[in-house]
Design a protein around this ligand. Structure first.
Ligand SMILES: CC(=O)SCCNC(=O)CCNC(=O)[C@H](O)C(C)(C)COP(=O)(O)OP(=O)(O)OC[C@H]1O[C@@H](n2cnc3c(N)ncnc32)[C@H](O)[C@@H]1OP(=O)(O)O
Length: 409
């Protein structure tokens, strides 16, 4: 089989998207399809062809990703990857990843980032699991977040999600620089955050609700959620399903959580994607009753290694030489000297002796501070070549605020 991979032409979009849905064995609603297709960027969608038929799809969004230190670094948000079931395991994905990473490099984006349908797919292409998401299911009849001083002065109002979209997006934008992994997203993404097709709701689930917090007449936080009602014999025990909560101010955050935990006729609260260090953990008196689960979320790939490592800051001074393996993007292979501290970093090629040996995948996992080099050394994935180099570099790559990807794409 000869596979040709090329950029999608505008008139091929419908067929391409249909193939994508088929590979995922799902049929989106018209509303979902229109929303996602509206966000696709011209020139960033690839199609793999076999004998005049589209057999593979891959796309990318142009994001900025916050890195440790607060800078926003251009990153390709890899998305919509699929291969037709008739053509699987014949190298079509590999051919698309080859073309896509070459394109990303040509565009000058130092990073690529994605969320994976299955976590075993992307390591071979140099992507490392870089962030985790925390899921909770809290028994709200037993657990309530504490009130912080000032909570009662926060005014909460229920609004239609689209009525306050711009104000909520402005709140989101204020949180982006404060946490590695957060996305500066192109215009139009705010609408995706309130997408709420009726067909996707559970039985007895309300449409998406939006509660905004106002301080001094200004929107300073918001939460989006729905409620699934359950009229049990012993009384109502609905579930509040939190889609998103943003509040740069801790008092506003506490007021919003207290509201969500206290909605009448509900007994449970679920949230699918919170930072692993979400302040909620310290607002509740009983973490155990929040039934916490963790899952890997973002995968990061340094595409231009030197530029990527130099774009972030490091929490303690470090000066080390890395021996990097990167068979899929050989331009990154070899020895790199990283000299860095809290204010900035330089990462250049060197012929000096290496102190740590690892692959680009481990650097992707450590890049946002979500996983430590020491932990990966414990699994044999990082080798210390000079005693003391591992602990020093591992601490330097660490972060104070856990990295987090706010949503899938
Ligand atoms: C960012 C996103 O969009 S994530 C969404 C990914 N897409 C999906 O899950 C949709 C359903 N699945 C598919 O479309 C396909 O099975 C894909 C895209 C996952 C794989 O495409 P293929 O063309 O079969 O992959 P390809 O033949 O290039 O395989 C390359 C290697 O990856 C391995 N591989 C492929 N898929 C998987 C998987 N799901 N789990 C583990 N390994 C995998 C192959 O075995 C092969 O290994 P090898 O080099 O050691 O032989």
């Amino acid at each position: 089989m000869t596979t040709e991979v090329r950029v999608l032409q505008p008139d091929e979009g419908d067929v391409w998207y249909g193939k994508l849905e088929r590979a995922f064995s799902e049929e989106e609603t018209d509303e979902e399809r229109a929303a996602w297709r509206g966000l696709m960027e011209p020139g960033r969608s690839l199609a793999a062809w076999d004998d005049g038929e589209i057999v593979g799809t891959a796309g990318a969004f142009s994001f900025g990703v916050t890195v440790p230190g607060g800078a926003s670094v251009p990153a390709a948000g890899v998305t919509m990857v699929s291969v037709q079931p008739t053509h699987r395991r014949r190298g079509v994905l590999t051919a698309m990843m080859r073309r896509q990473l070459d394109d990303v490099r040509e565009r000058g984006e130092p990073l690529a980032i994605l969320t994976a349908s299955e976590s075993a797919i992307y390591g071979r292409f140099g992507y490392g699991a870089a962030t985790q998401e925390m899921r909770i299911k809290a028994d709200t009849t037993r657990v309530a977040p504490s009130a912080l001083p000032g909570c009662d002065d926060v005014r909460l109002r229920l609004k239609e999600p689209d009525e306050v979209l711009a104000a909520c997006e402005a709140v989101y934008a204020r949180t982006v620089a404060g946490r590695a992994g957060m996305l500066v997203r192109p215009p139009g993404w705010d609408r995706l955050m309130i997408l709420d097709p009726e067909d996707d709701r559970d039985d007895d689930e309300t449409p998406l609700q939006c509660v905004v917090a106002e301080t001094g007449g200004e929107v300073t936080g918001y939460a989006r959620y729905s409620v699934v009602m359950d009229w049990a014999e012993a009384g109502a025990q609905g579930t509040v399903q939190v889609r998103e909560l943003a509040a740069p101010d801790p008092v506003v955050g506490a007021a919003l959580w207290r509201y969500l935990f206290g909605i009448d006729l509900t007994a449970w609260l679920t949230a699918q994607n919170l930072p692993v260090d979400d302040p909620l953990l310290h607002l509740v008196p009983d973490m155990r009753r929040c039934l916490i689960g963790l899952r890997e979320a973002a995968f990061v790939r340094p595409v231009e290694l030197g530029a990527a490592l130099a774009a972030r800051t490091y929490q303690v001074p470090v000066d080390t030489v890395l021996q990097v393996a990167d068979p899929f993007c050989p331009w990154n292979e070899g020895r790199w000297r990283l000299s860095a501290d809290r204010t900035g970093a330089v990462c250049e090629r060197t012929t000096d002796p290496a102190e740590l040996a690892l692959s680009v995948r481990e650097l992707g996992s450590a890049y946002l501070g979500g996983f430590t080099l020491s932990a990966m050394a414990g699994a044999g994935r990082v080798r210390e070549l000079r005693p003391g180099a591992l602990a020093a570099a591992s601490v330097a790559f660490g972060v104070d605020v856990a990295p987090w990807l706010p949503h899938e794409f």
